[in-house]
Each structure stands twice: as C-alpha cells, then as structure tokens.
Ligand binder design. Structure first.
Ligand SMILES: [Zn+2]
Length: 109
C-alpha cells in the first residue's frame, strides 16, 4: 500500500513493524479489549484454549483498531475513519511530531 502525501512524499506500507505506522483503538472500545484479554488469560488452561483465545483477540483487534500512517517528511498523520476512508491531520508548523507512531517508551527506543 502507498499513500501519496499532500506534501509530495510517498508513504510506503509494505512490511510489518513500521515506525511510521500505528493502530488506534477508540476509547469507546478500550474496556471491551481489556475485558477480552482478562477473559483470555483467566479461561485458557490448555494449548487449544489458548490458541482459540489468541484468535478471538486477533479478530477483535482487527475489528476495533484503525490504522494510522505518518509522513516521515512533513509529519502529516493519515488515519482511517470508521468507514475506512483515509483522513489527514496536519501538525502545527512549529511542532516536530514525526516520531509519534514510533512506539518508544521508557527503556525502549
Ligand atoms: Zn508529507
């Protein structure tokens, strides 16, 4: 998949683990996800149950998450809406937000 950014740069999405791609989970579904994880952990005793629970969680994640991509040149953010139409969000010109989807956290880059 390629996104032609409004700045002229082409955003590529051809592999996993991209630093300029993320997945957004709406807050309205956050507790549903947490409950599903709790249930998966609490009710999966056998390998077969764990495998089934993992599949249910993956289906749920694919259903609720919206994909986001960021242009590495201008920082513009592209996000699928609920109808899977791409919307763009432009950062303020005085802010450098180009690593917002990079996934860094304390102790990790
Ligand atoms: Zn751009």
């Amino acid at each position: 998949m390629k996104i032609h950014c409004e700045c002229g740069h082409v955003i590529h999405d051809g592999t996993d683990g991209l630093a300029h791609k993320g997945h957004v989970i709406p807050d309205r579904r956050w507790n549903e996800l947490a409950d599903a994880i709790d249930e998966a952990v609490e009710t999966s005793d056998t390998p077969r149950q764990r495998e089934a629970a993992c599949m249910r969680l993956r289906v749920l994640l694919n259903d609720m998450a919206r994909t986001a991509w960021q242009c590495t040149e201008c920082g513009r953010l592209y996000l699928d809406n609920a109808d899977h139409h791409l919307r763009s969000f432009e950062p303020r010109p005085d802010e450098d937000v180009r690593d917002i989807l990079a996934g860094g956290s304390k102790g990790r880059a």
